[in-house]
Design a protein around this ligand. Structure first.
Ligand code: NAD
Ligand code: UGA
Length: 438
């Protein structure tokens, strides 16, 4: 498994749990040291125990020696990052290609090179070209096995997925079956659970991943726009979402209004799909609009807070609950808190923030002036306004009277709809949330 980040570490550990011998190769020295010392460098519930058990059982190892890991491997998975390229929004595949060249040099016998990273359509073919050029003598196959896990629920998502997608090269006689047999064996425990395993061609598997993420991002953006409309016409977005979601054709998941979708995947993958579409001469206009609407929404959220403070937050203290792009992760990549806090900071507010897992990851990406607090009540201390940006469970149960005791002002902006408007207002707060009538 090349790459020991969110996907490589979780997938590698879960494959080991399935009974396979897994060597994870990680080049970041800090991450590698942590892993070797039994520390998990990311926040992912349950992962520490699963890693420890599989290391103990001798099925899971960590190192930086690519050659040692690749020699004798039936399959080599590439799980390195594919961030957005500055400027054109395309996925940067340079880490993938660099890893593939190293794999090709190190391989000593037949192996299947599998992309777990999310990669643009055509990457699999380019990988095959690179391997052929680097090692004309090597017997190999290429496969695409996109990963659908969510941070915060990653182990469950990997162990009990809705489906597994395996794309192999359809055009090479014999090759497809050999690669498919190896991958089928790796996923054997899921066959026993009757998980659908979809075999496709390479390009199809690559496009499935972008289509899935983009569809979910579009669904969120839809409910966010309906939420804005609810505010204008006096309707309740929670009831709209619940009622449309009860139609099985729509489904109730991913219909929670928010300050905009963030994270390491939806923003970059929606941008990448629009680039793939444009380059192929078949623009995906719905997703182009989704990207634009979501970017604008994050900016609008800062303005919404300022408007609630009668147009001026200069000199005000703003308490912030939640910084990460969603709960149960320490990941700050493309979190809504970044543009929102940036705007409040530039407008002259003093920001007191707390996040249960993201305090360390937040510091490098948030304005320097932010004060980091020890808990939620500490963030509320002396605040004129309190803002909820991430819906961590521990915030849901905060008693409004306790918040009132800490705060100087009586204004709350709840951008995740975690509280009941009636209860909060009865405690004497002025309260705004998303798409719910006053
Ligand atoms: P990440 O940045 O957390 O991890 C990537 C790791 O690969 C890093 O630790 C990096 O040091 C390491 N690395 C880079 N080049 C290497 C090399 N040549 N050899 C060894 N290690 C190397 O990224 P991530 O969040 O795990 O995402 C990886 C890929 O999986 C991306 O394409 C992403 O879109 C996709 N994905 C991510 C998620 C998620 O929830 N994070 C879910 C599904 C798919
Ligand atoms: C997402 C997908 O859900 C995974 O299936 C996929 O594998 C992964 O991207 C990936 O490709 O990396 P993740 O980014 O971990 O997983 O988180 P999600 O739970 O999907 O949330 C993404 C963003 O959407 C968050 O900012 C979240 O707050 C937001 N969201 C989600 C909403 O605003 N409303 C919702 O109803 C759901």
């Amino acid at each position: 498994m090349i790459g020991g980040g969110y996907v490589g570490l979780v997938s590698g550990t879960c494959f080991a749990e399935f009974g396979t011998d897994v060597a994870i190769v990680e080049t970041n020295p800090d991450r590698l040291t942590a892993l070797r010392e039994g520390r998990i460098p990311i926040y992912e519930p349950g992962l520490d125990r699963l890693v420890a058990e599989n290391v103990e059982a001798g099925r899971l190892t960590f190192g930086d020696d690519m050659a040692a890991a690749v020699k004798g491997a039936d399959a080599v998975f590439v799980a390195v990052g594919t961030p957005s390229r500055r400027g054109d929004g395309q996925a940067d595949t340079s880490y993938v290609y660099a890893a593939v060249e190293q794999i090709a040099r190190a391989a000593d016998a037949y192996t299947v090179i599998v992309t777990k990273s999310t990669v643009p359509v055509g990457t699999g073919r380019e990988i095959a070209r690179i391997v052929r050029e680097t090692r004309p003598d090597l017997e190999f196959d290429i496969a695409s096995n996109p990963e659908f896990l969510r941070e915060g629920n990653a182990i469950q998502d990997f162990m009990r997925p809705d489906r597994v997608v395996i794309g192999t090269d359809q055009y090479k006689p014999g090759g497809t079956e050999r690669a498919q047999t190896i991958l089928r064996k790796l996923y054997r425990p899921l066959y026993l659970l009757e998980t659908p395993i979809v075999f496709t061609g390479l390009e199809t598997a690559e496009l499935i991943k972008y289509s899935a993420n983009s569809f979910l991002a579009m669904k969120i953006t839809f409910i966010n726009e309906i939420s804005d409309l609810c505010e204008k016409v006096g309707a309740n977005v929670n009831d709209v979402a619940r009622s449309i979601g009860l139609d099985g054709r729509i489904g109730k998941k991913f219909l929670h209004p928010s300050p905009g979708f963030g994270g390491s995947c939806f923003p970059k993958d929606t941008r990448a799909l629009t680039a793939i579409g444009r380059n192929a001469g078949s623009p995906v206009r719905l997703i182009e609009t989704t990207v634009a609407v979501n970017d604008q929404r994050m900016k609008d959220m800062g303005e919404r807070i300022i408007a609630f403070a009668n147009g001026d937050v200069h000199g005000l203290t703003i308490g912030v609950l939640g910084l990460t792009f969603k709960p149960e992760t320490d990941d700050m990549r493309e979190a809504a808190s970044i543009p929102v806090l940036d705007m409040l900071d530039r407008a002259g507010a003093h920001i007191r923030a707390f996040d249960p897992a993201g305090m360390t990851t937040a510091r490098p990406v948030l304005p320097q002036s932010v004060t980091y607090c020890t808990d939620a009540l500490d963030a509320a201390r002396d605040a004129d306004i309190l803002v909820v940006l991430t819906e961590w469970n521990e915030f849901r149960s905060l008693a409004p009277e306790k918040l009132a005791r800490e705060m100087k002002g009586r204004k709350i902006v709840d951008l995740r709809n975690i509280w009941d408007p009636k209860t909060i207002k009865e405690a004497g707060f002025e309260y705004i949330s998303l798409g719910r009538p006053d």
